[in-house]
Structures are given as structure tokens and as C-alpha cells.
Design a protein around this ligand. Structure first.
Ligand SMILES: O=C(O)CCC(=O)C(=O)O
Ligand SMILES: [Fe+2]
Length: 250
């Protein structure tokens, strides 16, 4: 089961609204706990706010580590204005499965976000694909839940923004034979109107074309794990673009 909630621009009793889920979360919560749904709503609201603050701090640090400053962020204004970052909270529930090898909790994917902050309950299930290295071929590695720890996944939009210097991570969730697993993913991205494009590419040229988050989500829906490749700018396109610019300037 997946429930998606995002902050409301004008708060209601629950302080959140449905993003992609079929019924508004407030209605869902009322159905589940007809006599006391407010505790759930208030907790989610508090969690959302804390995650937003954390996401902004982490984004700030990531941009700093790329050598970027406030003036480089034309999609969200200066870095200090990163409160514009928007987020959706996705609640994942994976019931136990007697034959886990024949079931998949969540298929392998990269997140379409800038970054995703994940909380797992005490049952492990998150795995990331580690590329081939001197220790062996490509393999799935379990990220064990640690008390009090959150996992931060780099999403495709950070991959684009950093021109490939931060890699979005292929991950999946497997199910447990006897234990029910829960996770909460705070999926963070830029404002919907903002175009995300490579900032100060170290390689000399941008490897990806600019996209908005909604446009990229559309591509992901159609092309799934090929979406990132689909917005790569090929060497030929780049050369054509450069030649065209030269001709225009002359
Ligand atoms: O449940 C997990 O550990 C992974 C969740 C996830 O990857 C997602 O919600 O995008
Ligand atoms: Fe994910």
C-alpha cells in the first residue's frame, strides 16, 4: 500500500492533501480511525515540516560541495530561498510474504526527485545496486535500518543538476518472510515551474537538457529507467548547437 501526502498551501484540519493517491489522505485517515484521526494528521504534519527543513539543509550542502553559490540557482532563486523546495511524503507498507524470493516490494528504480529522505522501520528491505568493482560483479546490497538514522537517496534531478557528478542510485525494496515492513519516503524536488539544468558543468558542456519536475515525471511514466538517458544531449547535438551559435554570432 502506498499513501502520498504533500503540504497544503492553505492548511486544513489535516495540514496535507492528496498528491497522487486516489482519495485525499484526510478522508483516508478518517476511514481508518473514525474517532481519532487527528493524532495521525498532526504527526504527519510535524514530520513533513521537519523533513522539509532537513531537505533544504542537505540540498544547500550538496550545492556548496559543487562549488555553487546563491547566484547559480536561477530555478529556485538564491540558495537561501530554498524553502521553495516542495515535498511529497510517501508512506510504504510491505506485508510479510511466506515466499519472499517470488515477490517484490518495490521494483528497481531511481527516484525522480532531487533527493529522497527515507525512514525505515526495524525490518530491513531496502537494497541499492552496487556497481561492479574489484570486490565483485554488480550486486544488490542491503541498507540495514539503524535506530535514529535516515537514508538519503540522490534522485535523477540532482543527477541532472550536478551534470552527473552526483549519481542517482538504483534501488529496490524486498519483502520479509515474517515481518511487516514500513518505510516513509520524503520526496523532495524544485517548484513545478522551475527548469532544472546542469549547473556549472565540470566537463565543459551540459550533458542533459533542461526539464521541469512535472515534465520529467511524465518522461519517467513513459520510459521508466530510460528517462534520464532520454534527455542526454549527444555530442552531435551539442556540436550542432555550438556551430549554430557561432553562425548566429557571426
Ligand atoms: O521502502 C523502501 O525502502 C524504498 C522506498 C522507495 O524507494 C520509494 O518510496 O521510492
Ligand atoms: Fe525510491
Amino acid at each position: 500500500m502506498v499513501l502520498l501526502v504533500s503540504p497544503l498551501s492553505s492548511p486544513n484540519a489535516c495540514g496535507m492533501k492528496a498528491s497522487l493517491s486516489p482519495a485525499p489522505p484526510l478522508d483516508h485517515a478518517r476511514n481508518l480511525w473514525p474517532h481519532d484521526y487527528s493524532e495521525f494528521c498532526e504527526t504527519i504534519d510535524r514530520y513533513n515540516k521537519e523533513m522539509k527543513k532537513l531537505a533544504e539543509r542537505v540540498m544547500h550542502l550538496m550545492l556548496q560541495s559543487l562549488g555553487l553559490n546563491e547566484d547559480d540557482l536561477d530555478w529556485a532563486g538564491p540558495v537561501k530561498d530554498l524553502q521553495e523546495v516542495s515535498g511529497v511524503l510517501q508512506l510504504n507498507s510491505y506485508p510479510s510474504c511466506p515466499d519472499p524470493d517470488r515477490a517484490m516490494g518495490l521494483a528497481a528504480h531511481t527516484d525522480s526527485s532531487l533527493l529522497t529522505i527515507l525512514h525505515q522501520n526495524s525490518t530491513s528491505g531496502l537494497q541499492v545496486l552496487r556497481a561492479q568493482d574489484i570486490y565483485g560483479p554488480a550486486r544488490w546490497v542491503t541498507i540495514p535500518p539503524l535506530p535514529g538514522a535516515l537514508v538519503i537517496n540522490i534522485g535523477d534531478l540532482s543527477h541532472i543538476l550536478s551534470n552527473g557528478r552526483f549519481h542517482s542510485v538504483l534501488h529496490r525494496a524486498v519483502v520479509n518472510r515474517i515481518r511487516h515492513r514500513y518505510s516513509m519516503a520524503y520526496i523532495c524536488g524544485p517548484p513545478a515551474h522551475a527548469k532544472v539544468s546542469p549547473l556549472r558543468p565540470s566537463s565543459g558542456r551540459p550533458v542533459f537538457r533542461a526539464v521541469t519536475w512535472p515534465e520529467y515525471l511524465g518522461l519517467k511514466g513513459k520510459l521508466f529507467n530510460q528517462a534520464l538517458a532520454s534527455i542526454r544531449v549527444s555530442d552531435e547535438t551539442w556540436e550542432d548547437h555550438n556551430n549554430a551559435s557561432v553562425i548566429t554570432c557571426v
